[in-house]
Design a protein around this ligand. Structure first.
Ligand code: PMP
Length: 307
């Protein structure tokens, strides 16, 4: 169960958590035309709090909306301000932030007409998405029987609600089969991403991650690529096959929720030593230093706020 906070920002106002409700004929509920974000705020080592890469998340929210012909009735600055206000109202020194833009009720049928565009921002405490042990020891994943979206079937650069039907099916299948997470292949059969994470592998000193075709342009992916390059690793965006993943020295998922989660097994093949590998571990350590404000080089990625 989500741990409730006091308030949710809804269409310009902070309302009590239990009053942030919608009508059953909300268009997005039926047809999936909505866009959202997943953002984390961290308590920094110096005692302050900061939202990680807030600007980039808000930019992606607006990009996602543009792709779906949704005009968000607020400016980017107003959304940034609303996110901070929601964190403050809920006295959240750290946690997860979920802005969602959706189409309200009015017309029914596939075309949304001029139904209202509604915006909500919820925050709640959320620990390690795949479990604290996962961050430490790694997870077991399976190639999904569900294929990631073709780039002309869904708009894969939009973090769109409807896109997640594919993720939910893949995640349920993986869990039902006793795995922690799914890895989905793209329509050409190459490794794409997890149900809610981007994927990296390490082999012969290189870090590889799939190019921006069927996948979401992850902000953690970008952070890890930047960090890795700065740490002297060679990073390449390149398609790879599932069997290339089987013989990787290391593999890991990245995502706002999943952070950097090592993968210790894929389709019952042990990856590397079957535990968090040295490159992934190093990047994970450095990533946590960055989000907690311990590395001044990446200070511009942090949006500090007071409670
Ligand atoms: N791919 C998918 C399908 C996702 O849902 C997410 C989570 N937003 C990611 C990748 C990782 O993106 P980010 O690092 O921006 O959270």
């Amino acid at each position: 169960m989500v741990q409730k906070s006091d308030k949710i920002w809804f269409d310009g106002k902070l309302v009590p958590w239990g009053e942030a409700n919608v009508h059953v004929l909300t268009h997005t509920l039926h047809y999936g035309v909505g866009v959202f974000e997943g953002i984390r705020a961290y308590k920094c080592t110096d005692g302050r709090s900061a939202v990680f890469r807030l600007k980039e998340h808000v930019d992606r929210l607006f990009d996602s909306a543009k792709i779906l012909h949704i005009t968000i009735p607020y400016t980017r600055e107003a959304i940034i301000k609303a996110i901070v206000e929601t964190l403050q109202a809920n006295r959240m020194a750290e946690g997860y932030i979920r802005p969602i833009v959706f189409i309200g009720d009015g017309m029914m049928g596939v075309h949304p007409g001029d139904n209202p565009i509604r915006v909500a921002i919820a925050t709640w405490p959320w620990g390690a998405y795949l479990g604290a042990e996962a961050l430490e020891k790694g997870i077991r994943v399976a190639t999904s029987s569900y294929i990631r979206h073709h780039v002309n079937i869904m708009m894969t650069k939009a973090k769109a609600s409807g896109n997640y039907l594919n993720s939910v099916l893949a995640k349920m299948e993986a869990k039902a089969n006793g795995y922690d997470e799914a890895v989905l292949l793209d329509p050409d059969g190459y490794v794409a991403e997890g149900s809610g994470e981007n994927i990296f592998l390490v082999r012969s000193g290189y870090l590889k991650t799939p190019p921006l075709t069927s996948i979401l342009e992850g902000i953690t992916r970008n952070s890890v690529m930047t960090l890795a390059a700065d740490l002297g690793y060679k990073v390449v965006e390149e398609r790879f096959t599932r069997d290339y993943l089987y013989v990787a020295d290391e593999a890991f998922f990245t995502g706002t929720a999943a952070e950097i989660t090592p993968i210790r097994e894929v389709d019952r093949r042990v990856i590397g030593e079957g535990k968090a590998g040295p490159v992934g571990k190093n990047l994970q350590t450095e990533y946590f230093k960055v989000v907690k404000g311990e590395n001044k080089k990446y200070e511009s990625w942090l949006h500090y706020y007071s409670l």
